[in-house]
Design a binder for this molecule. Structure first.
Ligand code: FE2
Length: 235
């Protein structure tokens, strides 16, 4: 199973503050049996350029890899791209996709979404890219159900955070969406070792307990379809 969303790379955004923190985060994933983790630092177009972002990301990745050695989990490089006006026309979008894929993790605005915003997502799909909506659960309170449903019916994939399942007040909603097959990827969105630590393992255990092994298998099939392969099946 892949952790699709994390801020594990050191010193690049508000995630891990040091190589040592990142190493402990990797250890936590290992203990939870998570073989692959997407490193998705924030990309904010107003603050940096894609070229500068990618350079900083590579530096952080190389530093971490040198310190981590060969032990797992495997890191895949991506970005959490903050929505901005004109995003659909940005030439560099393919460079910000998760490595080896057309999957683009997008952080939607924390406001009520407009037609123009939804139109930009449609345009990104037209370019042949596959938007993945980061932590959909965080937008449920900003938008009427009708808008959320329309959004989910677009040619996009949905990522939800582990905490959506692990928090008592949202567990039922999370399981309902999972049961409906609306959630395609899970992420810890891990930033640190405390308040936002790697927690995909406990979420997967809860999903399997409440919905059965088939729910986990379905997530693995989505990964396979996206080109990640079965070697990510947890042992
Ligand atoms: Fe994030």
């Amino acid at each position: 199973m892949i952790d699709f969303h994390s801020h594990v790379l050191p010193g690049i955004d508000d995630g891990s503050d040091s190589v040592s923190t990142s190493l402990t985060m990797l250890e936590m994933w290992r203990e939870q049996g998570i073989p692959r983790v997407c490193a998705t630092p924030h990309f904010v177009a107003e603050r940096t350029t894609p070229a500068r972002f990618l350079q900083k990301r590579d530096e952080a990745f190389n530093e971490l890899r040198a310190a981590a050695g060969d032990g797992g989990p495997e890191l895949l490089l991506g970005a959490e791209v903050r929505f901005f006006d004109g995003i659909s026309a940005a030439d560099e979008l393919p460079m910000l996709c998760l490595e080896g894929t057309q999957l683009l993790l997008i952080e939607m605005p924390f406001t009520r979404w407009t037609e123009r915003m939804l139109g930009e997502i449609t345009e990104i799909c037209r370019r042949g890219l596959i938007p993945v909506a980061a932590h959909l659960e965080r937008y449920l309170s900003f938008n009427p159900k009708k808008i959320i449903r329309r959004f989910m019916d677009m040619d996009i994939l949905i990522q939800c955070n582990a905490e959506f399942f692990l928090e008592r007040r949202t567990e039922r909603k999370a399981l309902a969406l999972m049961r409906e097959g609306r959630i395609h990827f899970l992420g810890s969105d891990a930033h640190n070792l405390t308040s936002r630590a790697p927690n995909l393992g406990p979420a997967l255990a809860l999903i399997e307990k409440k919905l059965g092994r088939e729910a986990v298998e379905r997530l693995l099939r989505v990964e396979e379809k996206a080109g990640f392969g079965r070697e990510s099946v947890p042992q």
